[in-house]
Design a protein around this ligand. Structure first.
Ligand SMILES: *[C@@H]1O[C@H](CO)[C@@H](O)[C@H](O)[C@H]1NC(C)=O
Length: 122
């Protein structure tokens, strides 16, 4: 028979780990901005910066007129002292004054995906 003391210890460890994970579940905050001031017809880089989330599993999608933009780039996932994570997703775009861009984030701490529009100020 398995050592019941050992079994009990593992149960305690597992409960602690899952408790910790749950306690630190945090929803991401999302910021959408461009690298350069917007100028119509001029190449720019659209950034979606997501931070303050936990656990690290996250899906970040950039949308152009509500259609997913393929082949976006992503920074390495990094974390801060408080164990929350941050991630930068970006893609080069050429604003034409009509296209609408947004960033969609899904994460387990969000009931439904969060969609942030890129507010283009000319
Ligand atoms: C991310 O997307 C994949 C594939 O669509 C899905 O299986 C997964 O559950 C998503 N993860 C999150 C955190 O939403």
């Amino acid at each position: 028979m398995a050592n019941s003391k050992e079994l009990l210890l593992w149960c305690v460890v597992l409960v602690c780990i899952s408790g910790l994970t749950e306690a630190t579940e945090k929803a991401p905050s999302v910021q959408v901005y461009s690298r350069h001031p917007i100028s119509i017809g001029k190449e720019n880089v659209l950034h979606c910066f997501v931070e303050g989330f936990h656990p690290p599993k996250i899906n970040v999608t950039l949308l152009k007129n509500n259609v997913e933009i393929p082949e976006v780039k992503q920074s390495d996932l990094s974390f801060k002292e408080d164990w929350t994570f941050q991630l930068l997703t970006y893609v080069s775009v050429v604003p034409n004054g009509k296209d609408e861009y947004s960033c969609r984030v899904s994460h387990q701490a969000l009931k439904e995906p969060k969609i942030m529009k890129w507010e283009q100020d000319y």
